[in-house]
Design a protein around this ligand. Sequence first.
Ligand SMILES: NC(=O)c1ccc[n+]([C@@H]2O[C@H](COP(=O)([O-])OP(=O)(O)OC[C@H]3O[C@@H](n4cnc5c(N)ncnc54)[C@H](O)[C@@H]3O)[C@@H](O)[C@H]2O)c1
Length: 337
Amino acid sequence: MMNSILVTGGAGFIGSNLVEYLVNKYPDFKIVVVDSLTYAGDLENLNAVKDLKNFTFVHGSISDRGLMERVFHHYIVHGVIHLAAESHVDNSISEPDVFIETNVKGTFTLLDVAYKYWMEKPFVYKHGFENARFLHVSTDEVYGSLGETGLFTEKTPYAPNSPYSASKASSDMIVRSYHHTYGMNTVITNCSNNYGPHQHDEKLIPTVIRKALAGEEIPIYGDGKNIRDWLYVLDHCKGLDLVYDYGKSGEVYNIGGKNERDNNYIATKICELLDTLVPKETSYKNQITYVKDRAGHDYRYAIDASKIENELGWNADENFESGILKTVKWYIQKYKN
Ligand SMILES: NC(=O)c1ccc[n+]([C@@H]2O[C@H](COP(=O)([O-])OP(=O)(O)OC[C@H]3O[C@@H](n4cnc5c(N)ncnc54)[C@H](O)[C@@H]3O)[C@@H](O)[C@H]2O)c1
């Protein structure tokens, strides 16, 4: 049987882009996706890979220990890339419970199943699983908020501000503890904001494009000056692949694109692209409106990615302007139908 890599959350935004990248790059590995298909997961995101021989989908939750044990045994899982999570900050403010359930408890369950399946006892891997590895995919939001200057490095102290980032920070700490206590081969990545195909309608960039095309008001929080460091999703996936293959066990790698943009710039840029690609009488910019700010809205996130660049040779292929053009074109097709 082929070696299997388990990708959790593979029907979501980043997961589905990653799976497409991996199944094509590694035809000799079986990519097993476990996804519970919450509102954020969509099997259509996996259309491009669903018939490939080295791809399998399992419908279920990472919090279901029995199911996870069966998946590890049945597919002889040799590696995990863990993306399954509740991921929308706004939802974590209105309904935090499920963020703790999935992001904290679910990560613990998955990690503990992997530990028991791969290892005989602390620091001793079972025969045949010596190279088994757990990559935990996390976010730069664990570091809190920045002022006008400064960058998040892997040494920045954690200061999560939302229930979402707090749940991700907790999961990072649990993964860290399994490395230090049990000698598990783990790596953690903390990435900045992603954008690109397959992102859920609720997130900023799809919302701007969707509302613009529908002729509706384009809602921007507060004064639109919040800054994020935007990374095209495929560049994130390439970074995950590098960290999975070459990252040092127990280490953390920040991934980010040196593409800080504020929400005003993003909304304006998208409207300008739409003005060219799907022109109408008046500019889409006239639809931009400002709405009440998100509670506890972090002002700025920005990543120092020099560790992954210097140690693993990662570099983003897209800048915001090249990535957003591809993205807008993709959503025009999606929302046209
Ligand atoms: N989107 C970003 O900008 C970004 C940036 C950095 C890190 N991340 C992290 O990357 C990961 C993926 O993010 P995304 O934007 O693709 O999220 P997403 O919300 O689009 O996808 C999450 C997926 O996980 C699945 N899922 C949720 N609960 C589950 C459970 N209990 N068991 C199995 N599957 C479950 C959902 O059905 C969905 O398919 C998350 O861990 C997130 O914290 C995201």
